[in-house]
Write a protein of this length. Structure first.
Length: 104
């Protein structure tokens, strides 16, 4: 009986790890402007999604999936899907504004 109960509990916890969930949010650049048509790659499933014209996204994903987000002149970001449903993502610039040199 103990083995049967253990088997059921293991299956329940294993199933919850692979559960599909709704993931949504918005992606901003370093100047807090929404980024339209930005590619979001899922590292494990290899799925690809895009933000809409307002920088928003919404799709199904699995708990623990790694979302890879790249945007020109910004640092690559990897976000892990958790139990959270709504993500507000702000990318960091690769250029430090304090280090900009202007040559006349």
């Amino acid at each position: 009986m103990k083995i049967f109960i253990s088997f059921i509990l293991i299956n329940i916890f294993s199933f919850s790890d692979y559960q599909e969930r709704k993931v949504s949010g918005i992606i901003y650049d370093s100047e807090s402007k929404p980024i339209p048509n930005l590619k979001i790659k899922c590292k494990v499933s290899k799925d690809i999604h895009y933000t809409d014209l307002e920088g928003k996204f919404k799709f199904d994903s699995r708990l623990g999936e790694q979302l890879i987000i790249k945007y020109k002149k910004h640092k690559k970001l990897q976000v892990t899907v958790s139990t959270k449903e709504n993500y507000i993502i702000r990318l960091q610039s690769r250029i430090n504004k304090d280090e900009i040199i202007i040559i006349n």
